[in-house]
Design a protein around this ligand. Sequence first.
Ligand code: NAD
Length: 383
Amino acid sequence: MTRKTVRIAMNGVTGRMGYRQHLVRSLLAIREQGGLDLGDGTVLWPEPVLVGRRDHALKALAERHGLDHWSTDVDAVLADDSIDIYFDAQVTAAREEAIKKAIAAGKHIYTEKPTATGLAGALELARLADAAGVKHGVVQDKIFLPGLLKLKRLIDGGFFGKILSVRGEFGYWVFEGDWQSAQRPSWNYRAEDGGGIVVDMFPHWEYVLHELFGAVRTVQAHVTTHIPTRWDEHGKPYDATADDAAYGIFQLEGGAVAQINSSWAVRVNRDELVEFQVDGTEGSAVAGLRRCRAQHRSATPKPVWNPDIPLTESFRDQWQEVPDNEEFDNGFKAQWELFLRHVALDAPWHWDLLAGARGVQLAELGLKSSAEGRRLDVPELSL
Ligand SMILES: NC(=O)c1ccc[n+]([C@@H]2O[C@H](COP(=O)([O-])OP(=O)(O)OC[C@H]3O[C@@H](n4cnc5c(N)ncnc54)[C@H](O)[C@@H]3O)[C@@H](O)[C@H]2O)c1
């Protein structure tokens, strides 16, 4: 086996996503398994170069994980010819400019979503990357979740017949930060810093719906800020200028309708933090992050509406667990491996910056739909 090193500049690696999911659970996990076997006698060895604003924080991370390279000088890292890939998990508002610089430096690009704060910027990134001839990818982790992979298996196996509707419920209570600290960074609740649940979650819903059920053709959303004041990381109150809940209806190519509630101001009475119920003519399923349960038409009960008598059956118990039948890897790692293969071998890949722009487009149109109080078409994007 020949070992080939791929050097990856990781910007925003001290953040929640950058550290846990991308460094530890993805790139370091690939190193722990001995690298990525390309199947042609080569093993790809990811070499992270930690990039950020605080030297001491980067140094501490590097030391904790036995890494040799970190820098607070993004420009110097981008000027280094030995760096192959630029990865961005910074706060959303800082992303566009950094990716532009990385494209200009000829690096392949892999980035968290949303790729930019507006559609024009997101499309420009896609155009620039294509023009520069670099490879590019956007994190679309949800479709690699065990629950959604099992749901996809049901779809591919024809379980549903004609899919009629998708009902998504996402969210949990994010503490305000006064009497208990908030479990998400405060910039998420400030529009001026790139925050907001629509900008955060609609990009996910776009690719989940698109990949599993059909492209989104229209959007109608009601977006609101339920909690107007929150407390930041230093215990200081601030105005929550960004939306913290969005109630969206999406019409999909092929005729299905999806309705997804997203909220950071809801208490969980579900089995998982996100769940999708899919109803089809032949059967239905409920998929979460890890589990998926199904009910075939032949096993569908026939409830009769009568509030005068107590229920005699437990509807939830009538669903059948869809078995794993395989081992599921971490979704972020699975997508990193596909991207690295794409870079090294030109393996097929379609989660690119144009796909990322579709997510930004849906968020932008969702906000517009809510502001104008009407349903909007979602035009197909091209470069
Ligand atoms: N794929 C997913 O499921 C998922 C989930 C959460 C967040 N995200 C995305 O990942 C990105 C990072 O989110 P996070 O929750 O890890 O955020 P975070 O606040 O925990 O981390 C942000 C990172 O950006 C850096 N940074 C750079 N410029 C900054 C600035 N001006 N102000 C503050 N921090 C700055 C921070 O040092 C830190 O390393 C966001 O774009 C977000 O949309 C994706």
